[in-house]
Ligand binder design. Structure first.
Ligand code: DC
Length: 660
């Protein structure tokens, strides 16, 4: 997951390959609650691990459910419709509508002393229609803040089950879903009827609810979409084990990607067109715009068809979430696209109609909007603007706008607060980068004399920007270590053999750890001796050549921080920013001294300084890859600067190269 303040996507040129998508949010949270309400133990496979499911799992634990987690498999021991804990409980629902609404209903029917609250946005998302329906049933619910909105306080109910319960269907289908999942708890003795008032929106989500209820032993009878009857004698039964399909809404970004990007096409694994999720019908909308889609069991393959895409005019009520993706696809079309019947967008994680309109306009598009519709005009080549996309703590806004990076003008796109995708798809950007290709992956090179702090600076910058990090010195250290272990002399007599080792180094970087084959060599390559050996092998031209391809392989999306001797001169000469970091020999000796002392080595400052000066002289004068700044390198003397100040300076230089 990218937890950076922003993530810059360089212009993307194509995409091909396969992605395995995380589990569906809607199915995951329903299955968790149903497993908690029934008797017995349910093993849930391929559960989504995201903010919203974590909120639900935490609530179930609070209620006394058994929850055992092993990766994406979770085993839930249900409550059997009865609460074991009766003390007052307070639940934090974050911004998870799929947890807030159904839990409210289930807790209100079971009774107790509960408070449910969430993030500020959750307190602006309506729940009044659900509360009204539950009150008709005799549930005891009070508003703690604004009338009609969370937070809520729930007490013991006094259930009256005679008359049909009425619920509005035109604000959020989650109200009906919540009732359908809670009321079987009260339907042991008599049937319960729910009447939907007004047009029911988002029917496909109700279908998911009904299909899952059936898996848990509840056969709801329905008359059209206006009356639902939970038969008398209904009783939750665990299916024993259940698989969660991949998220069809998450699939929409990759379906769009396949339609937009030049390449061999995109394969989506984990969901196919026979999915129970309504958003799978996004496939049809994408086909209308030109995508070529084929489906197998639990897979989809998408390829670019019509290009440019075709503008469409579509009622999107059946695919409320996935339809956001159409708004960005519309930028690549040959005529305007109108998305209709999307009033529910206004009460989602953010006002999505306003958000999509505002951000599309930032890219240069003409957008018209109404209370329940949105019209996006295409953006022709020459009209795209580089934009910093605000994401409103809305995962879908962030994921949608990543698709703008395929624009014809090759302008980059900045996604603010990229971690908001954690709501449903924590590794979205990793998945995107695993199949996308960029026109040019940006590289920032940091070079400088030994102990100037370039490693620390480069690593911090990589962390801030979400970029990969190449510690090229480590590759020479690894080569020196591998050669020593192979019993080779570290001089020209063994040059071809050491070069062979370097070419096939089985190296793996994992956070702070460095692996050579199956050995963790993180410590071994950091000794003074390893540094000396690295210096020796790095003077052999064949070894340097052998490491070129390996170093180039680090240049991956979204970008690279490359630290080392010849990064800006030989390895990445086209890097848009090169920094030459220096500090006085006295300062560098002081820093290295502190470092070594803290590791328990006894060295004197004077000897270190003499060593450094000798190494500088050797590095400057050596014929192979001498220490010298790249011609266009910006020089930074950090003798008197804190690490933070150095990072800020380089970030400021980097920002100057950006069009945002
Ligand atoms: O930065 P470091 O101390 O880990 O580097 C180890 C040695 O490798 C040092 O003598 C410089 C050399 N080196 C090199 O020649 N070329 C690089 N790109 C990186 C390091």
């Amino acid at each position: 997951m990218y937890a950076t303040a922003f993530l810059d996507l360089p212009a993307l040129s194509g995409a091909s390959g396969a992605v395995l998508l995380p589990g569906s949010k809607s199915i995951s949270n329903r299955v968790l609650l149903l497993s908690a309400l029934c008797e017995g133990t349910t093993t849930v496979h391929d559960l989504l691990d995201s903010d919203d499911t974590r909120v639900m799992l935490a609530a179930l634990r609070q209620l006394g459910c058994g929850v055992a987690q092993d990766g994406t498999t979770v085993t839930i021991t249900g409550l059997g419709g009865r609460l074991q804990k009766t003390q007052a409980l307070e639940f934090f629902m974050g911004n998870a509508g799929t947890a807030m609404r159904p839990l409210t209903a289930a807790l209100a029917v079971m009774g107790g002393d509960f408070t449910l609250k969430g993030v500020p946005r959750m307190h602006e998302r309506p729940i009044g229609d659900l509360v009204d329906a539950l009150r008709l049933l005799g549930c005891h619910i009070d508003y703690l803040g604004n009338e009609g909105y969370p937070p809520l306080r729930i007490r013991e109910p006094n259930l009256v089950l005679e008359a049909p319960i009425q619920v509005r269907g035109d604000v959020s289908s989650q109200f009906l879903t919540a009732l359908l999942m809670a009321l079987p708890l009260a339907a042991e003795q008599r049937a319960i009827t729910i009447d939907v008032v007004g047009e029911l929106i988002s029917k496909p989500y109700i279908e998911i609810t009904l299909k899952l209820l059936a898996r848990y032993g509840i056969a709801v009878q329905r008359e059209g979409w206006s009356r639902f009857v939970i038969p008398a004698g209904s009783h939750y039964r665990s299916p024993g084990s259940i698989h969660v399909e991949a998220d069809a809404s998450s699939a929409s970004y990759f379906i769009a990607l396949g339609a937009l990007a030049d390449g061999q096409g995109i394969t989506v694994q984990g969901v196919g067109v026979d999915s129970i999720q309504g958003d799978i019908r996004f496939v049809e909308a994408a086909q209308l715009m030109g995508a070529q889609v084929s489906s197998g069991p639990n897979t989809l393959h998408i390829q670019r068809g019509a290009w440019p895409l075709k503008g469409i005019d579509l009622d999107c009520n059946h695919i409320p979430d996935a339809a956001m993706t159409l708004a960005v696809m519309a930028l690549y079309a040959d005529s305007p696209t109108t998305l209709r019947n999307i009033a529910s967008w206004r009460v989602k994680e953010t006002d999505r109609i306003a958000a999509m309109a505002t951000e599309c306009r930032k890219l240069g598009a003409t957008v018209e909007e109404g209370p329940d519709w949105l019209r996006i005009h295409p953006l022709p080549a020459g009209a795209w603007r580089a934009a910093s996309i605000h994401t409103y703590d809305d995962h879908r806004v962030a994921m949608c706008f990543s698709l703008a990076a395929f624009n014809a003008d090759q302008v980059p796109v900045r996604i603010e607060d990229p971690k908001c995708v954690a709501k449903t798809f924590p590794d979205y950007f990793e998945a995107l980068f695993s199949v996308a290709q960029a026109h040019t992956v940006p590289v920032i090179c940091i070079d400088g004399p030994t102990a100037s702090g370039k490693g620390t600076l480069a690593a911090r910058l990589a962390h801030t920007l979400g970029y990969h990090y190449l510690d090229s010195g480590a590759l020479y250290r690894l080569t020196g270590l591998a050669a020593t272990r192979a019993g080779l002399p570290l001089d020209a007599s063994a040059e071809p053999a050491i070069a062979d080792l370097a070419r096939t180094l089985p190296v793996r970087f994992q956070g702070e750890q460095v692996w050579l084959g199956t050995d963790d060599v993180s410590e071994a390559i950091r000794t003074e001796e390893a540094g000396m050996n690295a210096s020796r092998v790095s003077a052999l031209p064949a070894v340097r050549t052998a490491l070129v391809a390996l170093q180039h392989r680090f240049r991956q999306l979204p970008g690279l921080l490359a630290d080392g001797r010849d990064m800006g001169t030989v390895i990445f000469p086209d890097a848009p920013l090169k920094v030459f970091l220096t500090a006085s020999a006295a300062k560098r000796a002081e820093r290295r001294h502190k470092q070594l002392i803290s590791k328990g080595f006894s060295v004197t400052l004077d000897s270190l300084r003499a060593d450094l000066e000798a190494r500088d002289a050797r590095d400057l004068s050596r014929s192979v890859a001498p220490l010298k700044p790249a011609q266009e390198a910006l020089s930074l003397d950090n003798s008197e600067l804190s690490i933070e100040a150095s990072v800020d300076q380089v970030l400021a230089w980097w920002q100057r190269t950006q069009p945002f």
